[in-house]
Design a protein around this ligand. Structure first.
Ligand code: MD3
Ligand code: FE
Length: 221
């Protein structure tokens, strides 16, 4: 499925050398890598949100998350009173999640390849929306079947302080600022690291306003 807008964009950035920062073994930061795609990403995100709007889910403990979420792809990550799971259907309405747009997939696969994870083929994309004050407490992502696949994250909108800890919850996390357009790839020994997001500081982003949106690409099954 050729999209002339993104095909030209991918072609024009193909020869740009990847500038990589290593946060930890297995954790690679590609600063600004999504910026050439920002308008196209927002356009297809708008289509996804028409079919599967952001909603604040309940944790198994009965607390409402401060981050609003939705998904696209073959599976979506959901939480409710019964627990966490990847579900092929949106529990609000029971229909499949919107398909993963080709520009999402291509960006995630290219970023993963650039970080040393060639062959990454995500089947799930969790989309997180942070308003000022929203946060994500330290956790591990371990609901995916194949933990040898990395997770790729794309940050859009307001900057956030990302907390990156170790393999034990008690390991003191390092802090990284994730900005609009940054892509991070988490695999290998970083895959099961505890991580979180500090409460979002208020601000105004020129494109997204008072919010941060984060796409995380996963291999759920
Ligand atoms: C490191 N999201 O959705 S993205 C999540 O900014 C999540 O919305 C955060 O943690 C956010 O689960 C962080 C960066 C990220 C995602 C998954 C990881 C870092 C990770 C999995 C393992 C290690
Ligand atoms: Fe996570």
């Amino acid at each position: 499925m050729r999209n002339p807008v993104t095909a030209d964009l991918f072609e024009s950035v193909r020869t740009v050398p990847l500038l990589q920062e290593t946060m930890a073994e297995g954790a690679v930061l590609l600063r600004g890598y999504a910026r050439p795609f920002e308008l196209e990403l927002m356009r297809v995100l708008g289509r996804i949100l028409e079919q599967a709007p952001f909603r604040r889910m309940l944790t198994p403990g009965g607390h409402q998350m401060s981050v609003a979420m939705t998904n696209c792809g073959s599976y979506g990550w959901v939480t409710d009173r019964t627990g966490y799971r990847y579900d092929p259907n949106d529990p609000e309405g029971g229909k499949p999640w919107p398909p993963m747009p080709p520009v999402f997939r291509e960006l995630a696969e290219r970023a993963a390849g650039g970080a040393g994870f060639a062959g990454f083929s995500p089947d799930a994309c969790l989309i997180n929306c942070y308003q000022p004050g929203a946060r994500m407490s330290l956790h591990q992502d371990r609901d995916e079947h194949d933990l040898s696949a990395p997770i790729v994250s794309v940050s859009l909108g307001l900057p956030a302080t990302f907390l990156f800890g170790g393999l034990k919850r008690s390991d003191k996390p390092n802090r990284f600022r994730l900005e609009h357009g940054d892509i991070a790839v988490w695999g290998g020994p970083a895959r099961l690291a505890f991580h979180g997001v500090a409460p979002l500081a208020d601000g105004e982003h020129t494109l997204l306003g008072r919010q941060r949106i984060n796409l995380t690409f996963r291999k759920a099954r």
